[in-house]
Each structure stands twice: as C-alpha cells, then as structure tokens.
Design a protein around this ligand. Structure first.
Ligand SMILES: *Cc1c(COP(=O)(O)O)cnc(C)c1O
Length: 363
C-alpha cells in the first residue's frame, strides 16, 4: 500500500501528460511560454483570482509574495509554528522576523484570538497557513487586524481546491500561494508553485520580481529572483488538471469514510464551518501515536507525522529565543498527530485494511 499512490495516478493520466510534454519538447520553449500562461489562466479562473503567476516552487511563491507586499529587514511577520518550515523560512530569508502564534487545536490553524497580543508597530504581515487542505480562518484573521496596515498572505500550499464560505483558497486578499510539489493535491513532476492576487499593484510586482526584477528585457528595476515555473512542469499540470475536481470529490469521500469508521477510537479531523476539505493530509490525533504508527507499519500500512517538531523548537530558529512550553497547542499536536494513507487512488479494500488495523490496535 502506498501513502500516496503517484504511480497509479501516472498510469491513469499518462497519455495526456506525455502529449503535453511532447508539445513543449517540440517547441523548445522551456521558460515563460504558452503552457505556463495557459496554466495561469486556468488556475486564475478556477480560484477566481484576477492574476496568477507560475513560480519555481511554493517556497519561492511565498518569498515573492512577501517581496511584493514590501516586507523588509526589521519587519515582523506573524505566523503559525505548526507548519512546514518553508512558511517561516520565507520570512527569515527577507530579513524579517517570524513571530509565532499558537494554533487552535481542532483545525491546527493559527488561532485568530491569540493574534492581537502578537501585533506590534513592526508587524507588516500575517501568513495564515491553510494546513492539511482546509482554509484558515481568513475573515477572523482579517477582522483582528482591524484597520492596521497589515497584509494577509495565505500559504495555500496544501489547500488548492478548498473553499471557505464560497471563496476559493488562494483568492483571499491580499495574496495567496500554492505548491505543486509532487505530493501536494495538484502535483507536478519536480518543483513548482503559483502566486495568486487580485491586487493590480502586487500582481505587477510579482510579474517582474519572479523574473530577475525585469519588466522589460535587461532593464532591472528591482532586485528579484529566478522564480519562474518551467514549461515542462506546466505541461504536466495541464495534463493532470482535467481530473483535479474529480480527484477532490474522491478524496472527500475517502475522508468521510475514515471519519465514519474511526471517529470513536481516535480524534478525526474537524472541517471548520463554511469550509470544504481537500485532505492534502488526513491527520488523526491520538495519545498513542508512535505505538499506532509502529503497529500499522507491521502490516505494511505507511503513515507520516506532519509535523514532529514545531518551528519554534527547530534549531534553525533558535535565535528567536523560544522555549518548550511557549506554544503548548502546537507542541501537543506534534506529539499526537498521525497522517493516514490518502490519495484519489487509494483503493476501497486498502482503505478498509487501514480502518480495520487501526480499530484492531485500539481493541
Ligand atoms: C509544501 C509546502 C510549502 C513549500 O512548497 P514547496 O513547493 O515544496 O517549496 C510551504 N508551505 C506549506 C504549508 C507546505 O505544505
């Protein structure tokens, strides 16, 4: 059994993906060409955002978003300690300081109620992470900022396709980013990402910044980065895109089946009011996490821990001076969380086996 069955997915979509790639090979346009533009147009339409920019990774899309909204050395950016490192890495790479705020335990998302205490005159932005495949509490986060000049960035690297009260992930003001890392809900065959915004000024900045700060060839108005999505990855994504909505429906069904069959033995994920869930990860909580993972492994059932050590306790962020106990909800989640096999190609019998073994473990 695969944690995420990318082989079965490739077998199912192979011919469409190959013909998309073949067109790129024949055209020899590998950077900033028609495939990337078509993908940007399609995903802008899908999310509802006015502008979309293919980027070299989700991490680079985050860096570009922060550059575009003007995050500078000395600024503070509020975010969650319970996320993949890239979220806070992007802040640090711009010379700004990540300021962590603890999570709300049922969704694992930043707790909007705890944000006001972290706001200072230097707070420039908040990165809300739509972890595991459902949107963070975007309206509440916006509300606690009031009329302060704080930009909100959605790290939607795990939540493309999810919606909240009718708004698609990556289409909340002011900027949203996603990732096409192979294991994300929409994955390419290498690194890739996208930045979305409906703000014309931010869009124009991202357009030039991702291409070495040039809006006009060999005229560099700003110091930018090489942050473009390449045409072969765009082709792969165009080959997969026709099946994406259908995959999300299947994932939701698999999530529901886990919910119904495991809710009495472990804490199953909660979908917040107004949200849809794309289950980038189907993550349960149990105080016997390590024991359960070892038990499932004995039967060839793969699991994963997202994430075993919150960011405030990582060596890379030791200079921030945080200590154990600073963010107790994030720390508790790190001890109890376990992700179960999830993909649109997880077969019914295989999921049945996961359910049976989890139940068996708890007697
Ligand atoms: C995957 C991920 C990223 C980084 O995306 P890459 O494409 O791997 O650079 C950032 N934030 C979160 C929450 C992620 O899950």
């Amino acid at each position: 059994m695969q944690f995420m069955d990318l082989k079965a997915q490739f077998a199912a979509y192979e011919s469409g993906i190959r013909s998309q790639i073949e067109e790129v090979l024949q055209s020899t346009r590998f950077i900033l060409g028609p495939k990337g533009m078509e993908l940007e147009n399609r995903l802008a339409a899908y999310t509802g955002a006015r502008h979309a920019f293919g980027c070299s990774s989700g991490t680079d899309a985050l860096i570009l978003a922060l550059m575009a909204i003007g995050v500078r050395p000395g600024d503070e950016v509020i975010t969650t300690p319970f996320t993949f490192i890239a979220t806070a890495e992007a802040i640090s790479l711009l010379g700004a300081t990540p300021v962590f705020v603890d999570i709300e335990p049922s969704t694992f998302h930043i707790d909007p109620g705890k944000i006001p205490a972290a706001i200072t005159p230097r707070t420039r932005a908040i990165i809300a992470v739509s972890l595991f495949g459902q949107c963070a509490a975007m309206e509440e986060i916006s509300a606690v900022c009031g009329d302060r000049d704080i930009c909100i960035v959605e790290d939607g690297c795990q939540s493309l396709g999810a919606s909240r009260n009718g708004t698609m992930s990556c289409n909340f003001p002011k900027v949203g980013v996603t990732s096409f890392f192979p294991s994300k809900p929409l994955g390419c065959f290498g690194d890739g990402g996208m930045a979305f915004t409906s703000d014309g000024v931010v869009a124009d900045r991202i357009r030039g910044l991702r291409n070495h700060g040039q809006w006009e060839r060999y005229r560099h108005r700003m110091v930018g980065i090489n942050g473009r999505l390449d045409e072969i990855q765009a082709a792969v994504l165009l080959g997969k895109l026709p099946y994406f909505r259908e995959e999300l429906v299947i994932r939701e069904g698999i999530g529901r089946r886990y919910d119904e069959n495991l809710g009495d033995v472990v804490t199953v994920p909660v979908t917040a009011r107004g949200n849809t869930h794309v289950y980038a990860q189907y993550s349960i909580r149990t105080s016997r996490r390590d024991e359960l993972a070892r038990y499932l492994d004995r039967f060839g059932i793969p699991t994963a821990v997202h994430y075993p050590l919150p960011l405030h306790l990582q060596e890379a962020f030791r200079h921030l001076g945080c200590v154990e106990g600073d963010f107790p909800e994030a720390e508790a989640a790190s001890r109890e969380i376990l992700s179960l096999p999830m993909s649109a190609f997880l077969s019914g019998p295989d999921q049945g086996e996961v359910i049976r073994r989890v139940r068996e473990f708890f007697g």
